[in-house]
Ligand binder design. Structure first.
Ligand code: PLP
Length: 374
């Protein structure tokens, strides 16, 4: 089956007793057991829930991994992945990862002995130089947030594997519709399903997609620690995934038009969008992805005050954190999503704005941005 078909059918057979064509929301915390010591495959809903199972089977199929383990949030998934490490282990992490990922490793896991180096992962020599005998993970995010850098996943996987390390890829921005990191050699894919996979800005969730053994280790950690997604959250995410392909096509088409408009605008200093031919990662993105995505960052002429006025001047683009929903959003990374990295190597320019281009009419979106910039 092709991607769009798997998104609608894998893990989603009609419910056998009633024939319901949509996977039910199994809103139950426990499952009756036929005999002592025997169960139906489900015992207690922290350990497993059939709505969550359906989501996990579907997502694993889309990422092309043996299994997926779904979590209460993207950061909960990342936390579990980092718990696979032991004190003294080292991570080479992209120097422009999502701010919350950086906070998780540098402020939480660092206290338990995990070491991290922030490196520009577009520079493969710098990546090799950052390796230590204790390096276990290279942690990549591509396209990155908010600078939309494109990383060469195949090259990073080879570099990591030559040194007995794993490549972990955050595929939140691209989604498996546009990019499949494990096809390029990644060992583990993490997601904030809050974004494009859920797709409607109505649920928070996360996932780790990987081989069966690692998934079992993560499921053990999840059951021991507890960051599970509820059945309704799992259902909303699965419902969102059904339309991922058609939504991503529209996100990409709208973003392409808007990136060109911004690039021509005299109040815009620079546009970061991998679909523009002058983007340093354009050719790599064209090779590695099947579309350039719906995220654009741009620098406004006139500094932080001008950027602030543009961010507060749109009507259709809501001023909000997050991304990947059907509605368009605008935000100021320096003050909003990336405030936790101010003063570190990961700090971003204060005239930078990030937009998540939704699937509204592109003409309305262009008019809204034109008004705000004027
Ligand atoms: C939002 C986001 C996360 C964190 O996910 P939550 O669901 O908010 O916990 C991680 N990585 C990227 C790229 C994100 O955009």
């Amino acid at each position: 089956m092709q991607f769009e078909t798997r998104a609608i059918h894998v893990g989603q057979e009609p419910e056998p007793r009633t024939g319901a064509v949509v996977v039910p929301i199994y809103q139950t915390s426990t499952f009756a057991q036929p005999r002592v010591g025997e169960h139906t495959g489900y015992e207690y809903a922290r350990t497993g829930n059939p709505t969550r199972t359906a989501l996990q089977e579907c997502l694993a199929s889309l990422e092309g991994t043996e299994q997926a383990v779904c979590f209460a949030s993207g950061l909960a998934a990342e936390d579990a992945v980092l718990r696979l490490l032991a004190p003294g282990d080292h991570v080479v992490m992209a120097n422009d990862v999502y701010g919350g990922t950086w906070r998780l490793i540098s402020k939480v896991h660092a206290r338990y002995g995990i070491e991290v180096s922030a490196v520009d992962l577009t520079d493969l020599d710098a990546v090799a130089a950052a390796f230590r005998p204790t390096t276990r993970f290279v942690w990549a995010e591509t396209p990155s947030n908010p600078l939309l850098k494109v990383l060469d996943l195949a090259a990073l996987a080879e570099l990591a594997h030559d040194r007995d390390a794993w490549l972990v890829a955050d595929n939140t921005f691209a989604t498996p519709y546009l990019q499949r990191p494990t096809d390029l050699g990644a060992d583990l894919v993490v997601h904030s399903t809050t974004k494009y996979l859920g797709g409607h800005s109505d649920v928070v969730g996360g996932a780790a997609c990987t081989d069966a053994q690692t998934a079992a280790d993560l499921a053990f950690l999840q059951n021991a620690v507890g960051a599970v997604p509820g059945p309704f959250d799992s259902w909303l995410t699965l419902r969102g995934i059904k339309t991922l392909g058609v939504r991503m096509d529209r996100h990409c088409a709208n973003a392409g038009r808007i990136a060109e408009f911004l690039a021509d605008h005299d109040r815009v200093e620079q546009v970061l969008y991998p679909g523009l031919s002058d983007h340093p990662g354009h050719e790599l993105a064209a090779r590695q992805m099947t579309g350039f995505g719906g995220m654009i960052s741009f620098r406004v002429a006139g500094g932080v005050e001008a950027a602030r006025r543009v961010a507060e001047g749109t009507r259709l683009f809501f001023l909000a954190e997050s991304l990947g929903g059907v509605e368009s959003l605008i935000e100021h990374p320096g003050i909003m999503t990336h405030a936790s990295v101010v003063g570190t190597d990961l700090e971003v320019a204060d005239d930078l704005l990030r937009i998540s281009v939704g699937i509204e009419s592109v003409d309305d979106l262009l008019a809204d941005l034109a008004t705000a910039l004027d």
